[in-house]
Design a protein around this ligand. Structure first.
Ligand code: LRH
Length: 458
């Protein structure tokens, strides 16, 4: 048996998990959990990066001796370091408004052909164009994405892990390297971008323990953690976001794929994560914060009793991206009074989310030319029985829910393979998940015609 520390940073909390792996064994325990609260200062929304670093150090201390350490976090955000390796300023949160209205000189079609990425206003490319004329940018030597920055602080080694680098919209989807001509064309300095490393590579050491690159984009690790057999499956990595799509071997770069805003993110083992960002549980999390409700179980029990598909909103609308007054935006979009009961708003969010997930599952199959037999839901959303059942009903497909900790498990599995404890491809890693993790099956039910009609309303 070997033990691996998985540092997993999410939008609202960070955790250090310890995964113990041996023949037919995969167990996860939480060593330490710490808050991740963005801070607004001088009108900008920042991540509290030093608090996160401290949480990582404390978590690794509590984890005790391990055979290696792997780090994953949300995508697209970065810090700059100068020539002496000092961090220049605090990393800015992707939900900050600095990219509002930012456009780049390269036409969208060409950007899609080069990078395969969906257009999201907060992609690193737009953040960099917004930052290009600042003194901080002028002083920067290297750009480090969040997991790479934390790994740098642990090991002193600079680099860019591939799966997360792919989310910047500055990596060539074919060569899997930085798209240097594009970077130059945008007036950005190619020297800012460190060498790309692949999941499984050793980055360096922290106090004698190897730090290993994993799928450092949390969604890449979550997709490794999908316990699917075969390839006829769709996945939904459901947390703050719902990342809905397929695992492919080649990107889909057709005009229809671009029009549907599907992305071709880089996955572990050279796979393509062909998916779309659906708004996920963020609107509900924000609404609960505003209502001062922390007990989601009671809220969901009340929402189950509300009439189905009565109030719907288009969760693909970017109006829901920034924080603040979520209830106002939701009730406004659903044409409900601002003081509508939380159970009604919750039902509206979950019906709308199930519908948005259905649309993405259908479009992914059509655009990639691959039919699926089941939808896997992993991440925190797998715990939400109402959402899982609604998704099964909306898609007309069985939903296989779990593991909740797919991201940390995917992180651990890649480390375990690098350490030689497990052998084989992603299918082999997933077979270990099926043997060891609890998965709940939801059969499709409900009224297909009602979902069909609802899909036309938004
Ligand atoms: C989920 C996630 C997602 C990105 C977003 C910025 O945590 O990494 O895949 O699009 O955060």
């Amino acid at each position: 048996m070997k033990a691996f520390a998985a540092v997993d940073l999410g939008a609202s909390s960070g955790r250090v998990m310890v995964g113990r792996v041996g023949p037919s064994v995969l167990e996860l325990t939480e060593a330490h959990r710490f808050g991740n609260e963005p801070v607004r200062a001088g009108g900008t929304l920042y991540w509290d990066i030093l608090r996160l670093h401290r949480g990582v150090l404390e978590g690794l201390r509590q984890a005790g001796p391990v055979d290696s350490i792997g780090i994953d976090s949300w995508a697209v955000d970065y810090g700059f370091v100068d020539g002496s390796g000092a961090l220049l300023g605090n990393p800015v949160h992707y939900r900050d408004g600095r990219t509002d209205g930012i456009s780049v000189a390269v036409p969208d079609d060409r950007l899609y052909q080069i990078t395969g990425l969906q257009k999201l206003p907060f992609n690193t490319i737009y953040q960099l164009v917004a930052a290009r004329s600042t003194p901080q940018y002028a002083a920067a030597e290297q750009l480090l994405l969040i997991p790479d920055l934390l790994a740098y602080w642990l090991t002193g080694e600079l680099g860019a892990e591939y799966t997360n680098a792919s989310t910047t919209q500055l990596v060539d989807v074919r060569t899997r390297q930085w798209a240097l001509p594009l970077i130059e064309e945008l007036g950005l300095r190619p020297s800012l971008f460190p060498e790309i490393r692949q999941p499984g590579a050793t980055i360096g050491a922290f106090g004698g323990t190897p730090v290993v690159a994993v799928g450092s984009h949390d969604t890449a690790s979550a997709v490794v953690g999908v316990p699917a057999a075969g390839e006829r499956f769709a996945y939904i990595s459901c947390g703050t976001w719902s990342l809905v799509g397929l695992e492919l071997t080649e990107p889909v770069l057709t005009p229809a794929s671009k029009a549907a805003n599907f992305t071709n993110e880089g996955g572990v083992d050279g796979t393509i994560r062909y998916l779309r960002n659906v708004m996920g549980l963020w609107p509900l999390q924000e609404a609960m914060r505003e209502w001062g409700i922390s007990d989601i179980s009671a809220l969901l029990r009340a929402a189950v009793g509300e009439p189905a598909l009565k109030h719907l909103v288009d969760l693909d609308d970017p109006v829901f991206i920034p924080p603040g007054d979520m209830v106002g935006r939701l009730t406004g979009a659903a044409r409900l009074p601002a003081d509508t009961a939380p159970a009604v708003v919750t039902r509206c969010i979950l019906d709308s989310l199930a519908l948005a997930q259905r649309k993405a599952v259908e479009q992914a199959q059509e655009l990639a030319g691959r039919a699926v037999d089941a939808v896997h839901i992993v991440g925190g959303g797998a715990r939400n029985a109402l959402l899982c059942q609604l998704t099964a009903d909306a898609c007309g497909l069985p939903v296989l829910a779990g593991p909740v900790e797919a991201t940390a498990l995917g992180n651990v599995l890649v480390q375990a393979r690098a350490a030689g404890v497990i052998d084989g491809d992603l299918a082999a890693l997933r077979a270990v998940l099926r043997q060891t993790q609890q998965i709940v099956r939801y059969e499709p039910g409900g009224d297909p015609a009602a979902w069909q009609a609802a899909a036309k309303r938004i």
